[in-house]
Design a protein around this ligand. Structure first.
Ligand SMILES: [Zn+2]
Length: 120
């Protein structure tokens, strides 16, 4: 038995066999009728037959192909206070420990010094 006769029938959902029935016009064979061996569902043509070994395998790992986005990559290009070692945050204000003044996280500073990453 040829393995490519195995189908997964869309009508009954069974793994079945393709049944080929010769079609005659009078005594002349004019073609074949393709049917599901389980339920008798007729396929309009060879191209419509859902052969089992033609089933498309699921594609895994699509997510892995997406480039990893480093959320810090762009920020580090700037010299923003939030990445400066002199930047001090407390619940009430953000301060520059070098100039002893209030700053914003997005401020930039000529005396910017990159903070050492402590979060390993
Ligand atoms: Zn069927």
């Amino acid at each position: 038995m040829s393995p490519n006769l195995e189908i997964i029938c869309p009508a009954c959902g069974a793994e079945a066999l393709l049944r080929r029935e010769a079609r005659y016009e009078g005594l002349k064979k004019v073609g074949e009728t393709l049917r599901c061996s389980a339920c008798g569902h007729e396929f309009p043509g060879e191209a419509c037959v859902p052969f089992k070994d033609r089933a498309t395998p699921r594609i895994f790992g699509e997510e892995d192909k997406l480039p990893k986005v480093d959320l810090f990559a762009n920020d580090e290009k700037g010299r923003n206070c939030r990445h400066c070692r002199h930047y001090v945050v407390n619940p009430f204000t953000q301060r520059c420990g070098l100039h002893f003044r209030e700053v914003q996280a997005t401020d930039s500073c000529v005396e910017f010094e990159p903070r050492q990453r402590t979060d390993a």
